[in-house]
Each structure stands twice: as structure tokens, then as C-alpha cells.
Design a protein. Structure first.
Length: 232
């Protein structure tokens, strides 16, 4: 694992940590701290971080925060849930969507926990992002080859809602083997969401208040042949 520290200065972990080309997720933990996560060669979720105020300004070497949870190099999604909570998601060996999180007030990572039943291939790509100040969303292409969404409404204090399959029903078509493909989620601030597919429109109208519609999501899922965009 090679990590850029500053400019062209590089530092490498002294020992191999994961297969070549392994997926790495990275996000800002605080204004000063940036965090990277991946599944290591021992199938554990691992974290490395950079705080310019300690460790002589170098990255801290990766540390495992779980037991064997997913295939080495599996996709991991990482995003700020709140100002004090950093959340990671992945699909584990058990084919379930799992969540791990760091509460800065507590100071330690919670080990991955499943939030759904059997859903997608181990290591499948997951996208994670804030839908609004109160709603957090994760997307994955499941075994049924449909784009599925799980959500967490912080204002209600309830656990994660299980992935819903109505999101792309009647929408994109995928060839066999496309389940688990890459999904991307990003805010579209200041733009109105335009949705052609009726099932997705119903999901959006039921999930997102009108006041939030102008800070909407661009949701894309890449298949082997093309990219479909539900905002068109």
C-alpha cells in the first residue's frame, strides 16, 4: 500500500496489506483528519488515517477493526453521517449489507453489523451519501440485478430501513452477471430532479420532502454496456 503524504513524497506500508488494485474508500473525518478504509488480505476491514498534528505528519499504518468480514480488496463506501460520525458500508461474506461507524465522542470504531438480509454478492460495490441533513442513503445493485436503496432517518432515531427494490423496477436492464456493479451517489445542489421512471418517482416523492428536492441526488449505476441516469 502506497500513500501520498505531501507533494511527491511517498510512504509505503512496510508489509503487503491487500491484493493489487484493491478498492479503497477515503473521506474527511474532521477538518484535519482524513481516513481511508479497505478490506485487507486477511479479509478484515482496515483503517488508515492522516492527522497532520501527529505521527510527524505521516499516515498511520492500517489497523484492522474487524474479523474476517469480506473478500480481500472488496469495495467499501465511506462518508460522514454527521459532524461527529463517520460511516463505512460493505457487502460481507454473508451477502448482507453491513455498516461500521466511528463516533468521535466514543473514539473507537464499531465493528461491521448487518442491516439487511441476503442482498448482493460478497464485496459488491456500495454507494453512500447524505440525502439531506437528516437522511443518509446507501445504494447497491442486488442479486436481483435491481438498484436498491437503504436509508437512515436521523430525525426519527430509528435503525436503517432495509433496501427497497422498487427503485429501478421497470428501469434499467442488466445482463446476467451485472449484479454488484458500481453505483455512484452525489448531491445535485440547486438543480431540480427530473425522473422519467414512475416507480422511482414514487420512491423519491415518498422519501424526500418537497423542500429537499432541489438538493437532490444524481444516482447512476454502471452496467457492462452503458450508464443509466435517473435524473434525465
Amino acid at each position: 500500500m502506497t500513500i501520498a503524504v505531501s507533494g511527491t513524497r511517498l510512504r509505503r506500508s512496510p508489509e503487503p496489506v491487500a491484493p493489487p488494485g484493491s478498492a479503497i474508500a477515503m473521506a474527511k473525518q474532521t477538518d484535519k483528519v482524513v481516513t481511508a478504509m479497505f478490506v485487507d488480505k486477511d479479509q478484515r476491514l482496515a483503517v488508515a488515517w492522516l492527522n497532520p498534528d501527529d505521527n510527524d505528519g505521516h499516515w498511520h499504518l492500517p489497523q484492522a477493526i474487524s474479523g474476517a468480514v469480506a473478500p480481500p480488496g472488496s469495495a467499501v463506501a465511506l462518508a460522514k453521517q454527521t459532524d461527529s460520525v463517520l460511516t463505512a458500508m460493505l457487502v460481507g461474506h454473508d451477502r448482507k449489507l453491513q455498516v461500521a461507524w466511528l463516533d468521535l465522542a466514543a473514539g473507537s470504531w464499531h465493528v461491521p453489523q448487518p442491516i439487511a438480509g441476503v442482498l448482493a454478492p460478497p464485496g459488491a460495490a456500495v454507494a453512500l451519501g447524505k440525502q439531506s441533513d437528516e437522511v443518509f442513503a446507501a445504494l447497491v445493485v442486488g442479486d436481483d440485478r435491481r438498484l436498491q436503496v437503504a436509508s437512515l432517518d436521523l430525525s426519527e432515531g430509528q435503525p436503517w430501513l432495509w433496501p427497497q427494490t422498487d427503485l429501478s423496477r421497470g428501469g434499467a436492464r442488466r445482463r446476467p452477471g451485472d449484479h454488484g456493479q458500481a453505483v455512484a451517489v452525489a448531491p445535485r445542489v440547486g438543480e431540480q430532479l427530473h425522473i422519467k421512471q414512475a416507480p422511482f418517482r414514487r420512491w423519491w416523492e415518498e422519501t424526500v420532502p418537497e423542500a429537499q428536492s432541489r438538493s437532490s441526488f444524481l444516482i447512476m449505476a454502471r452496467t457492462r454496456r452503458s450508464v443509466f441516469d435517473h435524473t434525465r
